[in-house]
Design a protein around this ligand. Structure first.
Ligand SMILES: [Zn+2]
Length: 472
């Protein structure tokens, strides 16, 4: 019974967070946390329907597009063994595999009719996406006309170059991926990212009528280049033991990942021969001829320096840990999430403790282990962000759990593992709820700054007040 309740909880959580991620571009948890929910559900109930939906249906009111060729999700793996298993169960006839880095952006389908861009759509539920033609046309390398008058559906990922993200968007989003789907789906200029800052990288093409005469998928990638569309880089493995080279390829990209121009979160492997793919077919959920291999989590050690408490939209007060700056996966990390009070207690963590942190496919890292009191050597050669060296001794202190809301000063209440501000008038709750409301309704021109100004001036206290505002 407890198991069934847990399954229901996990299924609801996956659906809820996926909705925020796909339809609102406003995730509340990191990828790693989402993956943990997903993996646990997969262990407990592998056939749960939630696991086999690609994403939620598009928002009501947006123009929907039925995908002539469904955009399916792929089977996932994270270990060398997953690659070996994939090769063993998919190889027959020839051994020839195509590999491409798995770009971390937003999936896009481009439909060309007689060589002209007719329509562009998001992945959506996989069967049905959202029409984003106008914004897709702004993506710099999406041609409105191909070099050949063909009918085809090109699939790929829109990504934001990390250099552009750092320069223009670092302050408004924790990672470039969230901006990609927002930029594709936004109404004219709502202050998020410009679609013109995105780049399209193709990985697949389908033909509703005649198709080029090809044996392998990689020939179609070359064909795409010929008609004017750039695929993500690819490589072919066709030795007697391709799994060996494929594993080496994941290490190569693992090392290259930190300095690559786009965020990637793994490698996609596919059988290259199109006829063999047909023969292998699908399980109930995934094609048998492809594997989406994700990089294992990235870990490092640091020292806990302090904890800040923040009130969120739902009133949950969450601890954010400040740590000695530490490189993880090519990024310097100074703030990491501690989730909730329950997690602080579970880890039994104190200020001055050495901690293990992880960052997996997302910019928001977290503490996963308490390694006990930091020693002198743990503090050596550590620097503040401004270059000052840390003083060697750090006194160990208990983490003070606040009694009052950091935003409104009212008393906090413990609910399960969470500390909550129950006041509906809490400034933090109101500001975030208003921002969220405006974003959900895609109200133009109302951003966080304006909402703060309205709250500061007492013009707005609740969502309903938004509708009572007048020009004066
Ligand atoms: Zn409060």
């Amino acid at each position: 019974m407890a198991g069934e309740e847990r399954i229901k909880y996990l299924a609801d959580a996956v659906r809820y967070h996926r909705e925020l991620y796909y339809n609102h571009s406003a995730p509340e948890i990191s990828d790693a946390e989402f993956d943990a929910l997903w993996d646990e559900l997969k262990d407990l109930d592998p056939n749960n329907a939630v696991l086999h939906e690609v994403g939620p249906e598009p928002l009501p009111g947006t123009e929907k597009v039925e995908h002539m060729f469904p955009m399916r999700s792929l089977d996932k793996g994270t270990s060398d063994d997953d690659i070996i298993h994939f090769v063993t169960q998919s190889t027959f006839g020839g051994k020839r595999y195509l590999a491409q880095p798995k770009l971390d952006g937003s999936a896009l389908s481009l439909e060309y009719v007689a060589g002209n861009l007719y329509r562009a759509a998001t992945r959506g539920s996989g069967e049905r996406g959202e029409d984003v033609t106008l914004n897709a046309k702004l993506v710099a390398n999406v041609p409105t006309r191909l070099n050949s008058p063909v009918d085809c559906h090109v699939r790929g990922e829109v990504v934001m170059p990390l250099a552009v993200f750092e320069e223009k968007y670092r302050d408004i989003s924790p990672n470039p991926r969230n901006l990609c789907s927002g930029a594709l789906r936004q109404k004219h200029g709502d202050g998020k990212a410009d679609a013109s800052d995105l780049v399209f990288c193709a990985y697949d093409v389908k033909f509703p009528n005649e198709s080029p005469d090809t044996v392998n998928d990689s020939e179609l990638l070359s064909w795409l280049q010929g008609v004017g569309i750039e695929p993500a880089p690819w490589e072919i493995f066709s030795s007697e033991t391709p799994q060996k080279e494929m594993i080496e390829y994941t290490s190569k990209w693992g090392a290259k990942r930190a300095t690559y121009e786009y965020e990637i979160d793994g490698i996609v492997f596919k059988l290259d021969n199109l006829e063999q793919r047909e023969n292998l077919g699908m399980t109930a959920h995934h094609p048998r001829w492809a594997l989406a291999w994700k990089f294992p989590s990235q870990e490092a050690h640091s020292v806990l320096l302090g904890v800040d408490w923040q009130t969120g939209r739902t009133g949950a007060v969450t601890p954010v840990a400040r740590i000695a700056p530490q490189m993880v996966g090519g990024v310097t990390v100074e703030n990491v999430t501690l989730h909730n009070v329950g997690e602080v207690e579970r880890l039994g963590i104190k200020i001055g403790d050495k901690v293990k942190i992880t960052r997996r496919g997302d910019v928001i890292p977290k503490i996963i282990e308490n390694l006990g009191e930091a020693s002198l050597s743990d503090m050596q050669n550590r620097y503040h962000a401004d270059g000052r060296k840390f003083s060697a001794e750090l006194s160990v202190q208990r983490i003070q759990i606040p009694k009052d809301c950091p935003a409104c000063g009212r008393n906090l209440v413990m609910k399960g593992a969470f500390l909550r501000c129950m006041s509906l008038e809490c400034d933090a709750r109101t500001a975030r709820a208003l921002t969220y409301w405006c974003r959900t309704l895609e109200m133009d021109g109302i951003g966080e700054k304006l909402i703060e100004a309205l709250l500061d001036n007492g013009l707005v206290k609740t969502i309903a007040d938004l509708y009572r505002l007048s020009h004066s």
